[in-house]
Design a protein around this ligand. Structure first.
Ligand code: ADP
Length: 197
């Protein structure tokens, strides 16, 4: 078996990130790490962390870096992830978290940071079509706006390090998967696991 693949994926809500993460898991044998899912599991188990994070999540805020960085570092150091690699989803969300990730990886390369790009008007249409009661026009606009403000600096940070690839998220699920796989494959071919990339 080759080197484990290590990816980070970004995408607006409604961009289809969940589905595409599943496809990346199947294609590259990586572990899907969603910090949102991890926090929801803590909540469901009613742990102290879950209670603390839950309040912040309900208020639409970001859980502090002091909590998130150790959680993510711990998960990526676990044996299944070390052996199989990962697709990180929902982390990093701040530049400090991105630095924490690099620090944790040490000599292990991060292969690609993918921005699954679906234009604002399209994700808005998709979210409205879900018809969820919390999906009012205003709530949707606010969440997307927050995503933009929050995520842009982190994407720029990765871009400055030559790691950012933007993948067009419009089209069928299969078409988007094909684009993702061809982007990741060409990176893996070009940079066969260079330490310290
Ligand atoms: P969404 O795409 O709806 O923001 P996630 O499942 O990624 O959903 O995260 C849900 C919530 O969990 C976030 O709104 C935030 O409060 C918290 N959270 C998840 N990951 C992080 C992170 N890396 N840093 C800070 N807060 C986080």
């Amino acid at each position: 078996m080759g080197q484990p693949t290590r990816l980070v994926i970004f995408g607006r809500q409604g961009a289809g990130k969940g589905t595409q993460c599943q496809r990346l898991v199947e294609r590259y044998g990586v572990v899907h790490i969603s910090t949102g899912d991890m926090l929801r599991a803590e909540r469901a188990a009613d742990t102290e962390l879950g209670r603390k994070a839950g309040e912040i999540m309900d208020a639409g805020g970001l859980v502090g870096d002091d909590i998130m960085i150790p959680i993510a570092r711990h998960r990526i150091s676990e044996p299944d992830v070390v052996a199989s690699g990962f697709v990180l989803d929902g982390f990093p969300r701040t530049v400090d978290q991105a630095e924490g990730l690099f620090d944790a990886l040490g000599e292990d390369p991060l292969h690609a940071v993918i921005d699954l790009d679906v234009p604002l008007d399209e994700v808005t249409t998709r979210m409205k079509a879900r018809g969820r009661t919390d999906d009012t026009d205003e709530a949707i606009a606010q969440r997307l706006d927050l995503y933009e403000q929050e995520t842009r600096p982190v994407l720029d940070w990765f871009d400055e390090r030559g790691l950012l690839v933007t993948v067009d998220g419009l089209g069928t699920e299969v078409e988007v998967t094909e684009r993702l796989v061809s982007a990741v494959d060409s990176i893996l071919d070009e940079h066969p696991a260079q330490p310290g990339l």
